[in-house]
Design a protein around this ligand. Structure first.
Ligand code: PMP
Length: 466
């Protein structure tokens, strides 16, 4: 996987020209990019200097089919060569988006009535939020606008979806969240359960909080709740036992829609097609992106229930056109990428493989790290996992955030040739490798991570140096 780039020139040009997303601007300007990835195959990426790294993050939780899939590239090239682009406004269409829509409607629950295409997880959630407002307007309840989310949630970074996101760094300096958004307690048993509280009791408490919040705000003003099946960027937080069973009747009783944000969990990540196949979630709307194309093309697919679709259809008699959409909606190259990607996932049985390798990953993490003095919890399901760092295991006390322990562990893991993702707000290391990751690669991942944790935390007697 050799390349012919001039690495030093690229670093210089990057530092002088790019405002990087979710990066410390001064660091990149002073030191250049943290890495320049030039190629990849399977679960391995190669940087411009030729260094191979096992990418246990799958890009940004998205490269489900793995890197370097010529088949996806060929499908995209064919669609680009045949047409390249045409819009889907004013009722226009193209064969690829129609074929993809048909395929997707067969994968999601049959309670879904229509799919809406966009380009990112953020625009997908943003679109669903606008549809919620629009549908309530059409139904004669325009004041039903408030949206519930959870602290630690991640739903995107547009003005509306950064508001849904429940991480303070995405609000600070931007004047967010929007006043319509209300954040509830995260279903994070490790951090938020009271001593002696069972998972079921914790879930019941969160359902009671939800009920009280809706009653306090006025059910006639509360429109929807957004929820990831497993929260990703907020810490790989799997719902405590009974959580979705407890909250859904509350939402239903108050006529509040549930939106399942499947942007990370969708398309096999948990060892099931969707997160809602792993947990008993019956959403009114579904957001998907990332694994839909394995990241090969920016594409999102949002789904709405039959009832919501019928309101939109009937509303057009008075409203005319549904005045929302993006230039690249239903992009033929993106839809071709998605079709090829889904064909690979199905043909190679990658959803079942993710269940199998995911169980192996969790077994290895538990066998190696569960008793580690500086590991407080191992979370997740399938090929989505996180390791919680703690200073004091018995007290579940985390390290002082100024120590940036997760960042140091991730750097020490990278030095061993493996990429894991630090989640600084919860001092955890996240993993979401391509679904093609092998058991041998899982062994390497767990070995590198364990050695890195040992190196950074030292022994309990030798506390971490600042
Ligand atoms: N929802 C979830 C659950 C996500 O994890 C993300 C991205 N990490 C998004 C939405 C936003 O997706 P995008 O970055 O494509 O806008």
């Amino acid at each position: 996987m050799a390349n012919t780039y001039d690495a030093a020139a690229l670093r210089r040009a990057d530092a002088e020209s790019i405002l990087h997303p979710a990066s410390v601007a001064a660091d990149v300007a002073a030191n250049g990019p943290a890495g320049i990835i030039a190629s990849g195959r399977g679960s391995t990426v190669v940087d411009v200097d030729g260094t191979e790294l096992l990418d246990a993050v799958g890009g940004l939780w998205c490269v489900n089919a793995g890197y370097g899939r010529q088949e996806i590239g060929d499908a995209m090239a064919k669609a680009a060569g045949e047409l390249g682009y045409f819009h889907t406004f004013t009722g226009m269409s193209n064969p690829q988006q129609i074929q993809l829509a048909e395929k997707l409607m067969g994968l999601v629950p049959d309670t879904m009535g229509r799919v809406f295409f966009g380009s990112s997880g953020s625009d997908c959630n943003d679109t669903l939020m606008k549809i919620i407002w629009y549908v309530n307007y059409l139904r004669g309840t325009p004041e039903k606008r408030k949206i519930l989310s959870r602290r630690q949630a991640y739903h995107g970074t547009t003005i509306a979806t950064a508001s849904l996101t429940g991480l303070a760094s995405f609000h600070k300096g931007f004047g967010l969240p929007l006043p319509e958004v209300i954040h509830l307690t995260a279903p994070d048993y490790f951090r938020n359960a009271t001593p002696g509280e069972s998972e079921e009791q914790f879930s019941a408490r969160l359902a009671a909080e939800l009920d009280e919040t809706i009653r306090r705000e006025g059910p006639e003003t509360v429109a929807a709740m957004f929820a990831e099946p497993i929260m990703g960027a907020g810490g790989v937080i799997a719902p405590p036992k009974g959580y979705f069973e407890a909250i859904q009747p509350v939402l239903k009783a108050h006529g509040v829609f549930l939106v399942a944000d499947e942007v990370v969990c969708g398309y096999g990540r948990l060892g099931t097609w969707f997160g809602m196949d792993s947990y008993p979630i019956r959403p009114d709307m579904i957001a998907t992106a990332k694994g839909l194309t394995s990241g090969y093309f920016p594409l999102s697919a949002g789904f709405v229930s039959h009832e919501i679709w019928e309101t939109l259809r009937d509303g057009s008699a008075t409203m005319g056109a549904f005045a929302h959409g993006f230039t690249y909606a239903g992009h033929p190259v993106g839809c071709a990428a998605a079709l090829a990607n889904l064909a690979i996932i199905e043909r190679e049985g990658l959803v079942d493989q993710a269940a199998d390798t995911g169980a192996y990953l969790h077994r290895c993490l538990n066998e190696t790290l569960a008793d580690h003095p500086h590991v407080g919890e191992i979370r997740g399901r399938g090929l989505l996992a996180a390791v919680q760092l703690v200073e004091d295991k018995a007290e579940r006390r985390v390290f002082d955030s100024a120590l940036k322990t997760a960042g140091k562990v991730s750097a020490a893991t990278k030095a061993r040739g493996v990429l894991v993702r630090p989640l600084p707000t919860v001092d955890s290391l996240a993993m979401s490798p391509p679904l093609v990751v092998t058991r041998a690669e899982v062994d390497r991942l767990v070995g590198a991570l364990t050695a890195a944790i040992d190196e950074v935390t030292g022994s309990a007697a030798a506390p971490l140096a600042r």
